[in-house]
Ligand binder design. Sequence first.
Ligand SMILES: CC(C)[C@H](C(=O)O)[C@@H](O)C(=O)O
Ligand code: SF4
Length: 419
Amino acid sequence: MGKTFAEKVLGKAAGYEVTANQVVTVEPDFCMSHDNGAPIARTFKKIGVKNVKYPERICLILDHAVPAPTSDHAVNHKEVREFVAAQGIPNFYDVKSEGGVCHQKMCEEGFALPGLVMVGSDSHTCTYGAYGAFSTGIGRSEMAAVWATGKLWFKVPESMKVVVTGKFKPGVSAKDFILKFIGDVRADGADYMSVEFHGEGIENMSIAERMTLCNMGIEFGAKNAVCKPDKKLLDLLKERGNAKSDKWEAIWADEDAVYAKEFHYDLGDITPGVAKPHKVDNYAPIEEVKGTKIHEAFLGSCTNGRIEDLRLAAQVLKGKKVAVRTVVIPASWIVYRQAMKEGLLDIFLDAGCVICNPGCGPCMGNHEGILAPGESAISTANRNFKGRMGDKESFIYLASPMTVAASAIKGEISDPRNR
Ligand SMILES: CC(C)[C@H](C(=O)O)[C@@H](O)C(=O)O
Ligand code: SF4
């Protein structure tokens, strides 16, 4: 019987053959934390171990509220800096023009690599599956224990196979597909499963689009989500030449692996859509919501703040003016500089958008675009829970970069295909 991706990677890390539902203890290759490194450091101190086991495996990236908007955030940042210095942690991204959203940084800096086991104290750590890693979010106290011992146990997940064929029609992108998929399988559709994206539809996608898919894995319960480490990915890794580990290996599921669930989609059938307030699985095709008044548009986040996303939004916004406040946040300073070089920032500024520094921004309501009671936003991020971007009486619609851009121009939810 063939093996799934999760069985292969966790088996390799454990050093023996494993099958779904077995419990294994492995040593994660990289452990990512962000601003919440501060509470984790406090828990770590309580464990009573003096030093972290593997300082070089820990990555700390300040992004959730940067530069600090309140003194509480400033204290967190200060504690993270002190911990990094005390423990000699080499992989630290401070509030400087080299940082960005943690998941974007983990990918562009060469930490996310095929066949590695990666954990993060953030639920969207599943993003690195676009780079062929087995990667998953863990809790803060779990992370403190991993810092102390270098180890973590997992129940090897059962797997879900999503076979994707075809190509998107104009005006449609990876976000539309994943929102529709989550609407179909619901928020608990893949609870504790390893979700494998297969097929030529995925191979046709850019790595950025695959990141959008894997990023939203947790929004339908996945333990991890992953795409095949194909030639496109291996070429990108080679071109960047910044791999932070030599332990990586392109691992993929066997043809005859066994899956708990299987789905088939043709990307040619996907149309623009949104997730309506206040749940990510509250899917609606654009026809159902178009004309809904919005007060803010947000283009950014670890889901859709990459250069590919900014290009798509800029195509829509070029030569137009936005009707509502529109916040643009490139996912990292590398993306920011690239957008500047390509003239995209000028397109956004000419349209009337506000451009903020890379980071999470208003995605979880920390700063840079908080909503007032009764206001609605359309956002390229991944969560629309009640109160997430500000007041409990505000409303968030999740959508693709093109739909967000088209809606910003009209001040109401709009179909990016009718321009
Ligand atoms: C603050 C952090 C722990 C949280 C997460 O786990 O995802 C955040 O990034 C989010 O998107 O809700
Ligand atoms: S951009 Fe949003 S979803 Fe991504 S890590 Fe930051 S707060 Fe979480």
